[in-house]
Design a protein around this ligand. Sequence first.
Ligand SMILES: C[S@@+](CC[C@H](N)C(=O)[O-])C[C@H]1O[C@@H](n2cnc3c(N)ncnc32)[C@H](O)[C@@H]1O
Length: 232
Amino acid sequence: MPAPEPVSLTTLARAQGPRGELALRERRSPGTAPVHELVVNGAFAMDSAEVASERRLAELVAERGRLGRVVVGGLGLGYTAAALLDAGVQRLEVVELEPDLVAWARAGLTEQLGRVAADPRCTLHTADVVSWLEEAATGWADAVLLDVDNGPDFLIHPDNARLYSAPLLARALALLVPGGLLAVWCQGRTPELQQALTRLGPTEEVVVPVRRGRHAIGYAIYLTTAPAIVQP
Ligand SMILES: C[S@@+](CC[C@H](N)C(=O)[O-])C[C@H]1O[C@@H](n2cnc3c(N)ncnc32)[C@H](O)[C@@H]1O
């Protein structure tokens, strides 16, 4: 058998910030579409080879008819945001910590990021989603979607632990209209988070089975419905 042709890896953009290295890379293999990779805080955060769960996060909200005003925490490679736009969201607020990533999206460094940034329904905010949620007005959003870490047990930044604390989860729910949805993406089932959310409102666990190479993975998404009145 001939040796497989080498895979090329190109750095599209790179920045060194207070939280470490941020990089956007493109991986090419013969005969396949290019794959984009995002490095955050010096560590591999995600790639575009398999984005079913990132899109599913958006689809679950769309299927439940919550496509008015929606907040997404964590831009990443833009797949959750793009799926919301594809589903017909009316207003989308995307909150992203890394200013360079927002700039790369506005510059259209990948087709997907450029499409999200250019959509007139979407506003990109450069902010820590924890602070953003603390300062936001209450009672206006149809859904708040959080995908800033691999989940509470695998944080991209240590400070993000606060996001999964009971007061911050309650604060996120307080942004919602009654019946609105808080959706949290996790790298696997996370019973502690499920319990914390269940104390705040009816909570559904959706496991999204995904194959990455030879590995079968079950990502988990938690969906909490805002009760009529939430004490932030
Ligand atoms: C795994 S990616 C999100 C993937 C995204 N759902 C998609 O479809 O491509 C996580 C993103 O959250 C951002 N992030 C991490 N901590 C954050 C915070 N505290 N506030 C806002 N964004 C944050 C990272 O910079 C990164 O862009």
